[in-house]
Design a protein around this ligand. Structure first.
Ligand SMILES: C[S@@+](CC[C@H](N)C(=O)[O-])C[C@H]1O[C@@H](n2cnc3c(N)ncnc32)[C@H](O)[C@@H]1O
Length: 329
């Protein structure tokens, strides 16, 4: 969302400039001291609207508390000598400033997830490619489970997130996909049904972000070799063969990200893929870590929610990321 201020008049510009300076100094103070008092005010205020955005929407955009936003608003209100327009501008300014601050922070170290539930901030979504594994998650995965110079093998490379983050964090990589996107010459064309590529050196970590079975039907390609376009037993069979190759090679770490299939399944049956993969790996590997990467509730529209309510079925929002580590013989 943009809140652009266009000011023509010269004196008006100077006033705004001073106000902006003051506002910036104040916001720091406000952010640290306002606390519960503002929260009380929120309940008094009800739900005011700014443009077509509620305070709740804006707070979500900024990933900051509604209390902070109300604090900004109240700050602008403190100056009754200013015209309504200027008070509004000062509020917009603070809002913009918060947005800028937040973006800057995200660029630096805001990517680090401290807990094992990884939510995606609104400013971190990357929606250009269906099924993309957000780079912020890849950064965390590499941070927690690999070292500099490690070789990462990704046979479902898609848009190339793994390569981009490996480059940024000094990891080596070997990435392939059934469908190689034009412009990604760094991704090899390879079908996992053909096993492991001959020129692949033993990786330190294999990252598997396959199509989530029929949830991605026809989304990546119409090919019958595409894991999204085949019956479940075939999907598992291919995975079984591929994982067995990694087990025999004694690859140190295997990471798989996948969501259970539910809404797109027959009778909305809950098919928990990650458990199936654990069955294949558990004799040789121990789970080093499990992360939950929740989807937003916007995944489902009103009709779908009503259908599931009628069927008395809770709706899946979980995506699992599990890292297995080779057991020592
Ligand atoms: C979930 S996407 C991967 C997204 C990727 N991690 C990213 O961030 O862009 C799954 C990928 O698996 C690929 N795929 C499907 N079937 C395959 C197969 N049999 N062999 C290799 N890749 C396959 C699809 O083309 C798709 O790009």
């Amino acid at each position: 969302m943009k809140a652009e201020i266009v000011i023509k008049d010269e004196w008006y510009q100077k006033l705004i400039f001073d106000l902006k300076k003051l506002a910036f100094e104040k916001i720091i103070e406000i952010k640290h001291s306002i606390g519960k008092r503002i929260l009380k005010d929120i309940s008094r205020f009800g739900k005011p609207k700014y443009g077509n955005k509620t305070i709740k929407n804006l707070a979500e955009d900024l990933d900051c508390s509604q209390a902070d936003l109300y604090a900004c608003m109240k700050f602008a209100e403190k100056y009754p000598e200013l015209s309504n327009d200027i008070r509004k501008f000062s509020w917009f300014y603070i809002y913009n400033h918060l947005l800028y601050e937040h973006k800057e922070k995200s660029k630096e170290n805001e990517w680090l997830r401290i807990y094992n539930i990884w939510n995606l901030g609104k400013l971190e979504s990357e929606e250009d490619f269906f099924g993309i594994f957000p780079s912020v998650f890849m950064e965390n995965l590499l941070h927690y489970h690999t070292e500099k110079n490690d070789l990462i093998y990704d046979p479902f490379a898609g848009s190339g997130t793994t390569i981009d983050v490996c480059r940024k964090t000094n990891r080596r990589f070997y990435c392939s996909d059934l469908v190689v996107h034009p412009g990604r010459k760094d991704i090899e064309k390879w079908n996992v049904q053909n096993g492991l590529p001959k020129d692949l050196k033993k990786p330190d970590l294999v990252f598997l972000d396959p199509p989530y079975w029929i949830q991605a039907k026809d989304k990546y390609s119409k090919s019958s070799d595409d894991l999204a376009n085949m019956p479940l037993d075939e999907f598992y069979n291919i995975f079984n063969n591929f994982l067995k190759l990694l087990i025999n090679w004694k690859v140190k770490k295997i990471a798989i990200v996948i969501a259970p299939t539910q809404y797109s399944n027959i009778n909305h049956e809950f098919e928990d893929h990650i458990f199936k993969f654990h069955e294949i790996l558990s004799a040789n590997y121990r789970i080093e870590m499990r992360y939950i990467l929740p989807y937003s509730t916007e995944q489902y529209n009103g009709t779908q929610v009503e259908i599931m309510k009628k069927e008395k079925k809770a709706i899946n929002l979980i995506r699992d990321l599990v890292i297995w580590d080779l057991k020592i013989d």
